[in-house]
Write a protein that binds this ligand. Structure first.
Ligand code: ATP
Length: 677
């Protein structure tokens, strides 16, 4: 709220109403954010700046927000950022007249290419003053670099980076002491970090969303000559969060918010086919009794928990007057009498992976069903035996450019929820109502499309029997969901207490497996000399945007898997740990090699314990002494989670909750939190 009360200070006197937003002004905000770790201060800096954009150049608001969250486009557009270190080093060298060897040496010493860029620029004499960079111009330049492909793409990328770097910092070429002020508000630093895919400001996307809500509420109040009430602020924040969770597209939301005002945003921005939403997730449980305790006096339903890949299926018939958004059209495929798309758990386009599912879609959609969004699991299917196959079979399917005639592993789609039907979002209806609608709108086709098997019995024995049946049917266990009332609505992007999962193999364990990021490895010994023998894993802390180490792992790998992992991981070796890795610094605890944060592995553990060697959960206060983090005892590798990005790994908070639960602090701390953004 500080940002709302204090006078708006103008960080850039040259920036006049209607001017394009100076990139230097954004970088000043970034550097202020970088100097603090306090969330409220970070939010105040961001919302002040966004207010300024709203007041002076509202047309640039979208570009500004995208640069703040380090994204060029929504995930389903498939635009890959994260340009490799070597290309960036080449561009820094060439644009500043320093040799690659010197740049590499600097990188070794400093460990942050952004700061290497600052150092390189500050030693370079300025011959002429290029035009100052604007937010729009930088976004366009970055987009060009990220999307160029085909012949000579590498060279063109380097040229694109050089062009931006040459124009960077033209508004005030300073000599900065990078060790003292983190490089200051250098444009080159933030351009380079954006290209690497991490701004490292500790600026989580949800903080930007909240700051944006504060900025618009304050701006609207100021236009009426007043200041917003705390109520307005809370309401604005909640509107923007809800709208974003149903329609995670800044391209649609921001222009609508500027045009119609935040209070009217929900009317203009509703869930719609074509824009994938972050799925609802479940909380783990260790015992059926825990489920019964949670749902005491409330009706619930149990469904099989299929072990496949989450698939959100969107469809619009051509003979409706609904218009798919522009962005949706770029990923949807013509299917029968309509267009459709399939999205993954993290909103990536799966349509190229499942053309066979899309081809069959018209057979299970009833004539009157004109548009829908379905939440499903796509599962490998044994055509002969007519039964579900293990997850590993599904993983053998090609991921891209699959041709229907080449498909060897057939899949059956098991739908378990309906989010949108015939022009209307149905997420707020009860699960019972959604189910009814869903049964009327679709017809099952054996081995191709089916409703998730469910059971509404409320007794412990019923659940136990159903759990046994699910295991016999090659499922992972059960999902237990609130069936009636407000709480049974679909909650996009939440890991909710209204969905519980019971997995067959953790009934007596710690509750769930963990999805962890591989940060480093140790060279193998004996039979494993040519591969990595063990690995350092970490969980993700979204509040600080860091990876916190949680275990070393060397169990659960076959020889073949170790070879495959060695091949993939040796491509992403880096000289030293990234500054956003939180790990022990003692020599004997250092892995032999460090990696870019790229791969997520599912890991099981016997239990959790505290150890001075690891950092997980320290910020959550798991150790009152503040010296120990959580570590996994007897961790075992289960599988690679291709469908999760590193920042979707198990969070430090979740690891802490598992630890607390195990310590028989049975109450889960705090309400359901946004899990994925
Ligand atoms: P997990 O490793 O358990 O899949 P996760 O983090 O991907 O973890 P969870 O919320 O823990 O997601 O578990 C729910 C997942 O189970 C969903 O993402 C979905 O892919 C799958 N699933 C299978 N059957 C169902 C069902 N009937 N209802 C909901 N989700 C289901």
């Amino acid at each position: 709220q500080a940002s709302l009360k204090s006078e708006v200070k103008h960080p850039y006197p040259d920036w006049k109403k209607g001017d394009p937003v100076p990139y230097a002004a954004l970088c000043t905000t970034f550097s202020l954010v970088e100097l603090t770790t306090k969330r409220l201060e970070i939010m105040a800096h961001c919302s002040l700046f966004l207010r300024q954009v709203l007041r002076l150049t509202p047309d640039d608001l979208l570009s500004t927000v995208l640069l703040m969250i380090n994204k060029l486009a929504p995930d389903y557009a498939g635009i890959e950022l994260g340009i490799g270190e070597s290309l960036i080093m080449k561009a820094i060298g060439e644009s500043t007249g320093r040799s690659l060897a010197v740049i590499k040496q600097d990188q070794k010493e400093i460990g942050d290419l952004g700061l290497v860029a600052v150092k390189s620029r500050s030693t370079q004499p300025t011959m002429f003053k290029p035009k100052p960079l604007t937010v729009q111009g930088v976004l366009k330049g970055l987009m060009g670099i990220a999307t160029v492909n085909g012949n000579g793409a590498q060279g063109k990328k380097v040229d694109g980076i050089k062009k931006l770097l040459s124009a960077a910092d033209s508004t005030g070429n300073r000599k900065v002491d990078i060790t003292k002020d983190k490089g200051g508000p250098s444009e080159a630093k933030y351009i380079v970090r954006f290209l690497e895919g991490k701004l490292r400001l500790g600026l989580a996307e949800r903080t930007v969303i909240v700051s944006l809500a504060h900025a618009i509420v304050a701006h609207e109040a100021a236009q009426k000559g007043g200041v917003p009430s705390p109520d307005d602020i809370t309401k604005g924040e909640s509107i923007l969060k809800t709208v974003y969770s149903e329609l995670p597209s800044y391209d649609i939301i921001i222009p609508a918010m500027v045009e119609h005002g935040i209070q009217n945003l929900r009317e203009h921005c509703k869930l719609r086919p074509g824009v994938p939403l972050k799925p609802m997730l479940a909380k783990p449980t260790k015992a059926i009794t825990e489920v019964l305790d949670r749902f005491e006096n409330q009706t619930f339903t149990c469904e099989y928990k299929y072990d496949g890949e989450r698939a959100q299926i969107h469809y619009v018939a051509k003979d409706t007057d609904e218009e798919l958004s522009q962005s949706a059209m770029s990923v949807t495929k013509e299917v029968g009498k309509g267009v459709a798309a399939i999205f993954s758990r993290n909103s990536e386009d799966l349509s190229k992976k499942y053309p066979d599912v899309l081809a069959k879609l018209p057979t299970w959609v009833k004539e009157d069903t004109k548009s829908f969004v379905l939440d499903c699991e796509s599962v490998a299917w044994d055509v002969q035996e007519k039964k579900v196959l293990p997850f590993q079979q599904l993983m053998t399917r090609k991921k891209k450019d699959v041709k229907v005639e080449d498909v060897k592993v057939k899949v059956c789609v098991f739908a378990f929820d309906l989010l949108y039907l015939n022009g209307e979002a149905v997420v707020e209806k009860s699960l019972r109502e959604r189910r009814e609608l869903f049964h009327k709108a679709f017809q099952p086709v054996e081995g191709e499309f089916s409703f998730a098997t469910s059971m509404d019995g409320q007794e412990l024995d019923d659940i136990q029997t159903f759990l046994d049946e699910s295991v016999k049917a090659s499922c992972e266990g059960l999902m237990v969901k609130m069936l009636d009332g407000e709480e049974s609505g679909y909650e996009p992007s939440k890991r909710s207490r209204n969905w519980l999962k019971i997995k067959k193999d953790y009934l007596s364990g710690i509750g769930d497996s963990l999805d962890l990021v591989v940060l480093g490895a140790y060279h193998g010994k004996g039979k494993r000399t040519s591969v990595y023998g063990a690995f350092l894993l970490a969980c993700y802390n979204p509040s600080t945007d860091t990876y916190e180490t949680v275990c070393n792992i060397g169990t659960g790998f076959s020889e073949a898997v170790l070879e495959e992992l060695h091949g993939a991981l040796s491509q992403i070796v880096i000289d030293r740990p990234k500054p956003f890795y939180s790990h022990s610094s003692g020599g004997q605890h250092q892995p032999d090699v460090w990696f870019e944060p790229k791969y997520v592995w599912e890991v099981k553990t016997a239990d959790l314990t505290l150890s001075p060697r690891y950092k997980a959960g320290m910020k959550e206060g798991v150790d009152p002494g503040g010296e120990k983090g959580i570590s996994l005892r007897f961790p075992r590798f289960i599988k690679i989670r291709d469908d999760k990005k590193p920042d979707e790994a198990t969070s430090s908070r979740q690891v802490a909750e598992m630890y607390w639960k195990q310590e028989s602090v049975t109450k889960s701390k705090g309400p359901a939190v946004d899990d994925d953004f």
